[in-house]
Design a protein around this ligand. Structure first.
Ligand code: SF4
Length: 360
């Protein structure tokens, strides 16, 4: 795959114990949907997100009550916490003081110089980064007046404006997002941003829609960007359970061979040769391997006619045969198992291979 080098050339930025940029893999993020001040609900959602493979989580901080909840939330979660703030520097200060691992705020929107300096100094003192979130839908009036409507150049200009404010204060732990709900605009904006600066890029297609449409739209947009070697972290934005965002993000990274911490399912499209209830088995196996943190490939095939050979790259797989299943590794059949127990047998093999992987 021909790739430009932006992904590897970016500055590594530390967010808690996760590093975005540098030589690191693309990091999957999500955002909670709870009221942040509802600590119980927020911590519970973060726990589910973490289990699903979310590596960094963001919470909205619309008011002081939310900012005051940060220390307790921090205490009770295991992944880095990003606090999302719009405009109000007091919320930023409170969140930083409360232990945020990163804040998302646009320095150009904070207001007077002394407020910007206070936030930047606080971030420096705690050694945490700031994400600049450029959004096509909320570009500065000055930029909209210049370009007439949201353009990729306008978005890059906005990003550079916010970056300069931070750099002038000797602050460089910066991550930038260039979100748009128009997929073509987002692709162009990220491409231009990758050429304009070397801070890591947080990818996202904003307001992408429901679980179904948003998944397609996000995969199309972010897939195009990732395939060019651009992007260091991503969040899929869906009008759905936040767990779905993580699932889609992880699947997208696997598609491009960018995740070494996730197992992949290969399943056949089914045809008239099918010998087993493949669709429900595939869903069950997909669910089972979703929490496995090893890059193994598991195949589920409807029949053995072309089956094992069709999935030669699979570390382990099962193909339906009359009344039984054929377990195979890398295209070679290893043994036959009764149909009733074949899924259980497959799961055991998957666990054994995952264990082997971690022992190597
Ligand atoms: Fe058809 Fe068998 Fe191929 Fe599945 S594996 S698509 S059932 S031939």
């Amino acid at each position: 795959m021909t790739q430009i080098t932006h992904r590897k050339d970016t500055r590594p930025v530390k967010v808690g114990d996760v590093v975005i940029g540098g030589n690191n893999e693309v990091v999957v993020q999500s955002m909670t949907t709870t009221k942040t001040h509802d600590i119980e609900a927020t911590v519970a959602e973060i726990g589910r997100l973490e289990e699903a493979g979310c590596q960094i989580v963001r919470v909205a901080c619309p008011n002081m009550e939310a900012a005051e909840a940060i220390p307790e939330i921090k205490k009770r979660i295991n992944i880095p916490l990003v606090v999302d703030i719009h405009f109000d520097y007091r919320l930023a200060l409170k969140a930083i003081e409360g232990g945020a691992d990163k804040i998302r705020i646009n320095p150009g929107n904070i207001g007077k110089r002394d407020k910007v300096e206070a936030v930047v100094q606080a971030a420096k003192d705690k050694n945490i980064p700031i994400r600049i979130g450029v959004n096509a839908g909320s570009l500065e009036k000055r930029i909209l007046d210049k370009y007439g409507y949201p353009t990729a150049d306008g978005m890059v200009e906005s990003a550079l404006h916010h970056i300069k404010i931070l750099e002038d204060l000797d602050f460089y732990d910066i991550v930038v997002s260039m979100k748009a709900s128009d997929v073509n605009l987002a692709i162009e904006a990220y491409e231009k941003a990758a050429k304009a600066f070397s801070y890591p890029l947080h990818l996202g297609i904003t307001e992408s829609g429901t679980q179904f449409a948003g998944t397609v739209k996000s995969a199309a947009g972010l897939g195009a960007i990732l395939s060019k070697g651009i992007g260091n972290t991503l969040r899929i934005s869906l009008s759905a359970d936040s767990i779905e965002e993580v699932k889609v993000g992880r699947e997208l990274l696997k598609t491009f061979g960018l995740a070494s911490n996730a197992a992949t399912l290969i399943s056949c499209p089914t045809c008239g040769r099918i010998e087993i209830d493949l669709i429900s088995i595939a869903n069950e196996v997909e669910e089972y391997i979703s929490t496995i943190k090893a890059p193994i490939k598991v195949a589920v095939l409807g029949c053995a006619v072309n089956g094992p050979g069709e999935a030669r790259e699979a570390d382990i797989g099962i193909a339906g045969a009359r009344g039984e299943g054929l377990l195979f590794r890398h295209g070679e059949i290893i043994r036959k198992v009764p149909e009733e127990t074949m899924v259980e047998e497959l799961k055991k093999e998957v666990d054994a291979i995952a264990e082997e992987y971690f022992q190597e």
